[in-house]
Design a protein around this ligand. Structure first.
Ligand code: ADA
Length: 553
């Protein structure tokens, strides 16, 4: 097995408002990795360069994995640049020669200035720092670069396997399944493309998240890949998981917490997902950027279905139509699909949240992104979340239609006592306008509530108003077979425009969470639990039970 060094811990740290000269940096402070420097004194809310340094005892060929940074970064090894971290939140692997065995210097320069991929108008805070683990693996000279495993037939346990080696060589490769069946194959030109059968296999579903393991041995290199056997596809307006109707219910979730920023610890992610699952939910939309590898592993093991998407929020022309923007989106889409390929939890891949999909010029962009993802992954469902509703002209290009309607919130009249009665008719008009032959889900809907604000009039921004609004939305979408899914905007309040009172972001937060930013549930959490308990959705959620009233005491 490979020697793995988890480099998380206390690193030396320096902050600079301008591009730093690595030779002149004085590392006067220390910070934790993972961690966001801008949620930590004395750097609260500051924009600039956060420079992290530590020493590593190693040598020879290595792989360095960084599970996301913000907003961008660069990596240096003994003073030499080994790579860029161009995209916020994107997991990256760097393969390089670490030099002679001994002590080496690793520097990661992060930068939280906005750029042409992460614009300041995005409705979520642009955190700076190292969001996920930094891991170094020592490699032999010939090593396994990537293993891809996907289900070909869930009825027989037939899987497809692709292994890529570091060199275009012809070598024997040994595969061992769940520590039992062994089979040998030959790599050709550094690649193996084959199929295999898993004996005594167990399917992966949300209620029974069974996983299998494949040990791959090539010369002196060996890795173990975890995978699940499951097939997702659509049939008319339905989603099918392993041939059975599947409906989705869950939340949009940001990686956000007042103390951790986007570098949320695994224990918090776990608590979030367990809380969501306790409602009987089976789905998370990872809005609006790549998810951490640790989060996806957690979703695989817990049985949570995931929509993963590239970074991009309401980008408009001219940026949207520029060749540079498209190139970056395509690059992100390919990288992300490859990085998450073996995670059975990812059933939907998306891009360009709320794009200008009502204008014909955007069709080739959607098509190109669709094709880029499809080229990497033949099975996942591909889509984007639209807010162009009846005007959207790209619905024929995706596998599942996903819309973000906000009736009862964005359309409520100032004088109207309540916008809740708008929900049902608006949802119905939208459904009536859709192509009749594709699955449809509500990828976002919601309304704000300030935690702890109660009002006998059920005024907007009160917990009472939000609970009524979301109950109405859920009672429609969870009981009508025309909807294959509902994902509420959003799981918890998340930091956004810090001076955004006018933009409807009092406290500097997007307050549409069903919990506040410290995960304290608002009234809507229990209201939704009750809706789920009595819904048709529950018969098609893949077998996740709802937490009982008695367990809530
Ligand atoms: C959009 C967007 C979300 C959030 C939401 C809101 O639908 O996709 O990221 O900004 O609006 O709260 O208004």
């Amino acid at each position: 097995m490979r020697t793995q060094k988890i480099l998380d811990g206390t690193w030396h740290f320096a902050f600079s408002e301008s591009e730093p000269d690595l030779e002149k940096i004085h590392f006067a402070n220390v910070l934790s990795v993972p961690g966001c420097f801008d949620v930590t004194a004395p750097y609260y809310g500051r924009r600039g360069y956060g420079i992290y340094r530590r020493r590593v005892e190693t040598g020879g060929p290595v792989k360095l994995s960084i599970d996301g940074v913000g907003i961008s970064g660069k990596v240096f090894w003994d003073g030499e640049k080994i790579g860029d971290l161009k995209y916020a939140y994107m997991p990256e692997d760097f393969f390089f020669q670490a030099g002679k065995r001994g002590s080496h210097e690793l520097v990661i320069v992060t930068c939280n200035f906005y750029n042409k991929i992460f614009f300041p108008f995005y409705d979520f805070y642009g955190y700076g720092g190292i969001f996920g683990s930094v891991i170094l693996e020592e490699l032999p000279n010939l090593f396994i670069r990537q293993v891809r495993i996907n289900t070909m037939d869930y009825r027989t346990g037939r899987m497809r396997l692709r292994v890529d080696a570091s060199e275009a060589c012809a070598r024997e490769i040994r595969l061992c399944l769940d520590d039992g069946k062994v089979f040998e194959e030959i790599l050709e030109q550094g690649r193996l493309d084959t199929e295999f059968l898993v004996p005594d296999f167990r399917l992966w579903t949300p209620g029974t998240p069974n996983l299998h393991h494949l040990r791959v041995t090539l010369g002196n290199d060996e890795i173990i890949e975890e995978f699940g056997i499951r097939e997702i596809h659509t049939e008319g307006t339905k989603l099918l998981l392993n041939g059975k109707e599947l409906r989705l219910m869950g939340y949009n979730r940001h990686e956000s917490h007042p103390y951790f920023g986007a570098a949320t610890p695994l224990s918090l992610m776990t608590a979030d997902l367990q809380f969501i699952r306790a409602q009987g939910c089976n789905f998370i939309r990872g809005s609006h950027y790549p998810q951490r590898r640790s989060f996806l592993t957690l979703c695989d093991r817990l049985g949570m279905l995931v929509w993963e998407e590239t970074l991009g929020w309401d980008v408009k022309p001219p940026e949207l139509l520029s060749a540079e923007f498209l190139e970056q989106q395509l690059d992100q889409a390919r990288k992300l699909t490859r990085a998450g390929f073996n995670h059975p939890c990812i059933i939907i891949r998306g891009f360009l949240n709320e794009t200008e999909s009502q204008i014909p010029e955007v069709r080739p962009i959607i098509k190109a992104l669709y094709d880029a993802v499809r080229e990497e992954d033949a099975q996942c469902l591909i889509t984007f979340a639209s807010n162009k509703y009846e005007q959207d002209c790209c619905m024929d290009l995706v596998d599942i239609i996903a819309m973000n309607p906000y009736p009862g919130w964005c359309d409520a009249d100032w004088e109207t006592v309540s916008g809740v009665p708008n929900v049902r008719p608006r949802f119905q008009r939208l459904v009536d306008s859709l192509p009749p032959d594709k699955p449809y889900m509500i990828s976002e809907t919601g309304g704000s509530a300030v935690y702890g604000f109660h009002d006998p009039y059920r005024a907007r921004w009160s917990e009472e108003y939000q609970a009524r609004l979301l109950s109405e939305a859920a009672s429609v979408a969870l009981n009508d077979p025309r909807y294959c899914g509902l994902s509420i905007w959003q799981f918890c309040d998340a930091k956004s425009y810090i001076n955004g009172y006018v933009a409807g972001r009092p406290r500097g937060f997007n307050d549409k969470g069903v919990c506040d930013e410290y995960r304290r549930p608002k009234m809507a959490w229990d209201a939704l639990r009750k809706c789920i308990l009595n819904s048709e959705y529950l018969r098609h959620n893949g077998g996740i039970p709802v937490m009982e009233e008695t367990d809530l005491k």
